[in-house]
Design a protein around this ligand. Structure first.
Ligand SMILES: [Zn+2]
Length: 595
């Protein structure tokens, strides 16, 4: 059997090419056939995207038809051995062909319930995010969780799973394995075995500043950096793991500058395995490839695993990246954790010397810029079926804590036109904020806390406390939205004859990507044959801190499960990680050509 290559596919007749793609989409060769008008395919990723586009354009009936062309999980077709070869392979890799009678009964009940609710079979790419096969328990948990979804969402989720199945089948067909993505995936899996006491017992991932698990993570990362061929690896005064890969000799003699990259290795409580860590391991894989090829670039590469970003053990968010720009606040050292251990004590215990912190401040002149790879932590790329996103800006944000004071009175005796209801005033504002943020397209406004203190069923609310969180890609856009929302707030309160108080609790400037660096990411992503999707980052990242010292730009990587993050369901595939390594390598190559 000859190996199939893109070149063969690109030059084959329509009939031959359709035959080559047969089996990628279950019983649906028309998808491959229609995608062929997009030839020549520039990469396997490009082909995958073209196939997705065909299905998107085909309309809802064709989409439902495709879903219904799939067998039930461990269903009749598997038991009667009438599955396609591809499905048999997938279901057996996930152990579904070796179910106990009890498991088969459980799955049959779930299949029936799912069919009755949605009208199509449950689809799950059972080979999973790493392509090795999910465990039966994960499959069953996923099945049960997805039964709660809205039918429209579930239809789209089934299609996403089908595209993931197709991606893996294409890899098999073309004899391609995302080996770099697999390594990045595996590093994250191994790192996640270190978790703080109290969470390890629950099977939860929690790594907070300078705990045993945290220090174990730093050790692991530093050892892997050594193995990958970094020239210098150290743990600095705040616990950042710093690996440097030197420039070529010629450049060193002319005082080479450094490209800075990295992300954080601490986590939130019961967090995910990829938040932060992906941005350490992707460049680490790139450096290993450079070392393997014995290749040096005209600039140094510095990869930093930031010790602290999430502000969990101590209220010192962005401690790791902040220290690099000289923003370590010495008063933090006196902060105590929940057990009364001060940060100073924790640092001493870890062998870190607080006096050395000012020495790790970087000088802008030494650096070319900062780039950061990060899992998106949102639903956008997942919904668009696009693996990588170009970050245009890290949103500026402002937060308020507010209270409306009206008059508490009897819910039965007070006529509607004689009330000063604090909660309805806030309700009106919540709806206005939703509408006003949506008007911008890329602004967001959230009332995350909403409370009627000491409220009762039969009392008109006299007080209502709430928070406002508003973010936008530029400070001007944010301020215009904030102004509109606060003006409306004042007007609502006047009209409803209630009072209000407002306290600003946080304000962070937007960090727009440096245009030249954003373009470097765009060129890199384009070179992979992927579509460009530009988007703001709604969440804060270490790049926000480095932004104050040097130009920066970020690359987002799609998350599964609607991009859920700060949650154990956070997930990303080996194929997407492979693409992020390839994009990072392309950025390095292109940057080297600029010298
Ligand atoms: Zn993060």
């Amino acid at each position: 059997m000859t190996t199939i290559t893109l070149q063969i596919l690109n030059s084959a007749s329509i009939a031959e090419a359709t035959q080559i793609l047969d089996g990628v989409y279950e019983h649906s060769p028309w998808i491959g056939e229609k995608a062929l008008v997009q030839r020549p395919f520039r990469s396997l990723a490009h082909l995958k995207y073209c196939l997705i586009q065909v299905l998107e354009a085909a309309g809802i009936d064709a989409q439902k038809g495709l879903i219904r062309a799939h067998p039930e999980l461990a269903g009749k077709a598997m038991l009667s051995q009438t599955l396609t070869a591809e499905s048999t392979n997938e279901q057996s890799k996930a152990g579904l062909t070796q179910c106990t009678p009890e498991e088969l009964t459980q799955i049959a009940a779930l299949n029936a319930e799912y069919q009755a609710k949605f009208g199509f079979p449950f689809i799950l790419a059972v080979r999973g995010a790493r392509g090795m096969g999910l465990s039966k328990s994960v499959i069953l948990q996923t099945f049960e969780r997805r039964l709660n979804n809205h039918p429209q969402f579930e239809l789209q989720e089934c299609l996403r799973q089908i595209h993931r199945i197709a991606e893996i089948r294409l890899n098999d067909k073309f004899g391609v394995a995302p080996t770099l993505g697999n390594d990045v995936w595996d590093w994250q899996e191994k790192l996640s075995t270190h978790t703080d006491a109290g969470y390890a017992e629950l099977g939860q991932l929690t790594v907070t500043y300078l705990t045993y698990a945290h220090r174990a993570c730093a050790q692991r990362i530093s050892h892997w950096m050594h193995d990958c061929g970094f020239d210098e690896v150290s743990i600095d005064a705040v616990g950042n793991v710093v690996g440097r890969y030197h420039a070529n000799n010629l450049s060193i003699n002319s005082i080479a500058k450094t490209l800075l990259t990295g992300s954080h290795y601490d986590t939130v409580r019961n967090g995910g395995k990829y938040d932060g860590r992906l941005g350490i391991f992707v460049p680490m894989a790139c450096v290993r490839e450079l070392k393997r090829q014995n290749k040096r670039l005209p600039f140094h590469i510095e990869v930093v695993g930031f010790a602290e970003e999430e502000g969990q053990r101590y209220k010192a968010t962005f401690l790791g990246s902040g220290a690099l720009i000289g923003q370590f606040d010495p008063t933090w050292l006196n902060q105590q954790d929940a057990d009364g251990i001060t940060m100073q004590q924790a640092m001493q215990h870890a062998g870190l010397c607080a006096d050395d912190i000012p020495k790790i401040k970087r000088q802008a002149d030494d650096y070319l810029g900062f780039v950061e790879v990060h899992i998106e932590q949102g639903p956008v790329l997942n919904e668009l079926n696009i693996p990588l996103g170009i970050v245009t800006s890290i949103n500026g944000s402002v937060r308020y804590t507010c209270e409306v004071v009206g008059t508490a009175c009897h819910a039965g005796t007070t006529p509607m036109n004689r009330r000063a209801d604090a909660a309805t005033a806030v309700a009106e504002l919540v709806l206005f904020a939703e509408q006003r943020a949506a008007q911008d397209g890329d602004s967001v406004a959230t009332v995350g806390q909403l409370l009627v203190p000491n409220g009762s069923t039969n009392v008109v609310p006299g007080r209502c406390q709430f928070t406002l969180d508003m973010r936008a890609p530029t400070n001007a856009q944010r301020d215009a939205m904030v102004n509109d929302i606060l003006t409306q707030f004042k007007a609502i309160c006047e009209r409803r004859q209630v009072r209000y108080t407002l306290e600003e609790t946080m304000r962070a400037a937007a960090a727009p990507s440096a245009p030249a660096w954003q373009q470097r990411w765009e060129r890199a992503v384009e070179s992979l044959g992927l579509p460009l999707h530009r988007m703001p980052s709604g969440a804060g990242h270490d790049a926000m801190k480095l932004h104050e010292l040097m130009p920066q730009a970020m690359l987002f990587v799609r998350g599964e499960n609607s991009g859920i993050s700060h949650n154990p369901l956070e997930s990303s595939t080996n194929d997407d990680m492979q693409l992020s390594v390839e994009a990072f390598s392309a950025l390095l190559d292109n940057l080297a050509k600029e010298f």
